[in-house]
Design a protein around this ligand. Sequence first.
Ligand code: F0G
Length: 449
Amino acid sequence: MKTKIEPFKIKTVEAIPMTTVAQREGYLKEAFYNLFTLRSDKVTIDLLTDSGTTAMSDRQWGALMYADEAYAGSVSYYKFEDAVKKITGFKEVIPTHQGRAAERILFQAMGVEGKFIPNNTHFDTTRGNIEFSHGFAFDLLNEKGKNPEIIDDFKGNMDIAKLEDFIKEKGAENIPVCFITVTNNAGGGQPVSMQNIRETKELCNKYNIPLFLDCCRFAENCYFIKKREKGYENKSILEIAQEMFSYADGATMSAKKDGMSNTGGFLATNNEKLARDARTILIVTEGFVTYGGLARRDLEALAIGFEEVMDENYLSYRIGQVEYLGNQLIKNNVPILNPPGGHGIFLDAKRFLPNMPTSQFPAQVIANEIYRLSGVRTVEIGSLMFGESTIMDLVRLAIPRRVYTQNHIDYVVEACTEAYENRNNLKGLKIVWEAPILRHFTAKLAPID
Ligand code: F0G
């Protein structure tokens, strides 16, 4: 059969709010033109994030009931630990309430003050946590990854030559850890190849620098490796994941993504001393070592989620749905970052609104227009998030896992296409208030007259 179907049927439904253009114009004004400030009962289709928005399976919902809520030594924790160890092979697994908690604990335990931390592209919370601990975060993405128009298989790859220059310039003793983010969220959900991870590890070994993966979307990355990298076509996702993690000394994960669940995360490593220090911080700030700030039922759901996310029928549907959205937009001439990523489609604001300066937040203007027209909420990943020097100015349409159907996606295509057709009538935005760090979450904006 040629028709690709959702590899699940629906057992419970949740009504979605339907609103009018006039109502949404009012909601936008009340929200100071920042979609993070919008109440979700004003949103028809929510593509703000794929994080924690997954629809859990019947198995996961069932597991919530038989989870063991013991404070210490919960059986549910051990199922979670086993699942993480099976995939990553790391000896020490520390649960956290979400990804950024794992990041904070890691950087605090390592001590990154005055130190330099490279990554293909730091996600905003990773950068935020490094800077909050008075370290310096650097993005060393390969050149192709910075150009939304170039089509390439692994646009998330680390620029290894640049990494070596960076290590020589800063001094290996000033680099406590090197990161690779799979897939590269801020760079369009683009995958990193196995070869690139292996070569990055070889370079890190040469200078005695540990390599960590920010592995929120590890299964999506492994699926791309299977489809695109020679030698992996007959390997299972689990085998590919095991090889990928074998090149790393540790990982942080927001399990709200490829944990197929609504909350959770972990810090995992083979470094026993680091794990001991991290657990001390965990107990002071998050919770005991066998729950890390989570309800034990969350750990139970995650143990199942880690299994479900590696199902190739699921991954083929997942990556296929995102690709379908991208291809429909391309057909309608809406400029997107190419090729489609793993967890979403990213509109290219620089080609969408070529005459609007980045200081007027063109990607935010587009996101607001899509919402005004349709009630579809997207998120700006551009000059509002990263400042005016941002390399790419993007609007991310992050697709929650197992949540929306083909018809919902067609509605999103129509919304983006209409926004594009109306591009010449769009006006820029200015900031009227901003926080000193991670400003995009809470900034207040106003249209420029
Ligand atoms: N790293 C990456 C690559 C991420 O995408 C995220 C979260 C985090 C770390 C932090 O994890 O939210 O659990 O604390 N990304 C979400 C997003 C928020 O919308 O892309 P967290």
